[in-house]
Design a protein around this ligand. Structure first.
Ligand SMILES: [Zn+2]
Length: 277
């Protein structure tokens, strides 16, 4: 079985601050990026112990240049850099038997979600598909589902693992920490988290046959609430988007890949609004 791994950083064990996840930080980030890469490697090792062969990793945090290459196994391929048309889901296609989401975090607005946000915290106040408020994991799971790929494993804090499990009840979760608040956590040590990832990844692959691709039922409508009105002014310019409230824009399409691409375009463009301030 070929495995797709989308790895974020905020849900890595021990992480509780943007300083640890911000590539411009020269004190903490170099340490924590290694913890991120080692969790990914532990999950892959566990998956391989249960029969996975080919692995594609998508570095899905910030500018997607986080993974320390010499912390990874040799026989994987890695997607790096931005922008990517499918962002945290770049590289997915029907060749994968399953997907892992590692280091994932709670959606924006969630209480006790460590560093909770949805894609672009400076631009996106909320994201809904067909009225369902979405985490990054749910948006990306539907992209995997579009290609018929089930998500088998999610790791991160308790809030995101329980949130994803409500929508994807077949998923295997690896809770590496508890949120005490937005910027505080009670966490496993990185070493213990890697052992948990190894075990849960193996379980996830063994249970792959009962997992299902996650999809939203069509017709599909994406709604985005921006943080600021001027960000909605920008997104409204994209053909096909309509303004439904001061800070809300909507886009409808039958094809989830188009919904997802529209979402990526919208948050990138919303982020550009601050450039004219
Ligand atoms: Zn991230």
């Amino acid at each position: 079985m070929n495995l797709y791994v989308s790895c974020d950083m905020e849900g890595t064990a021990a992480v509780c601050s943007w300083h640890q996840c911000d590539p411009s930080n020269t004190y903490e980030y170099p340490v924590y990026r290694r913890y991120m890469a080692r969790e990914v490697s532990a999950a892959i090792a566990g998956a391989r112990s249960a029969g996975v062969t080919g692995v594609l990793i998508n570095d899905s945090h910030w500018d997607a240049r986080n993974l320390v290459w010499d912390e990874l196994p040799d026989d994987v391929r890695v997607v790096s850099g931005v922008p990517k048309p499918l962002s945290m889901a770049q590289g997915l296609d029907g060749d994968f038997g399953g997907a892992f989401f590692t280091g994932y975090h709670a959606k924006i607005g969630d209480e006790n979600g460590v560093l909770a946000h949805t894609y672009s915290p400076g631009a996106l106040y909320n994201v809904r598909v067909n009225g369902v408020t979405c985490s990054e994991a749910l948006l990306n799971a539907a992209m995997a589902g579009y290609y018929g790929v089930p998500v088998l494993l999610v790791s991160g804090d308790r809030v995101i693992v329980e949130d994803v499990s409500r929508h994807l009840p077949w998923i295997t979760g690896a809770i590496v920490k508890e949120g005490i608040g937005h910027y505080a956590t009670e966490s496993l040590t990185p070493h213990a988290a890697r052992e948990l990832l190894y075990e849960r990844a193996a379980d996830a692959v063994r249970n792959a046959s009962r997992a299902k691709p996650f999809t939203f039922d069509g017709p599909l409508t994406l709604e985005i609430d921006t943080v600021a009105v001027e960000q909605a002014d920008f997104v409204e310019l994209i053909p096909g988007f309509r303004r439904t409230a001061g800070r809300t824009i909507a886009f409808s399409h039958d094809d989830y890949r188009m919904i997802f691409r529209a979402f990526v375009a919208a948050f990138r463009l919303a982020g550009a609004a601050s450039a004219v301030a």
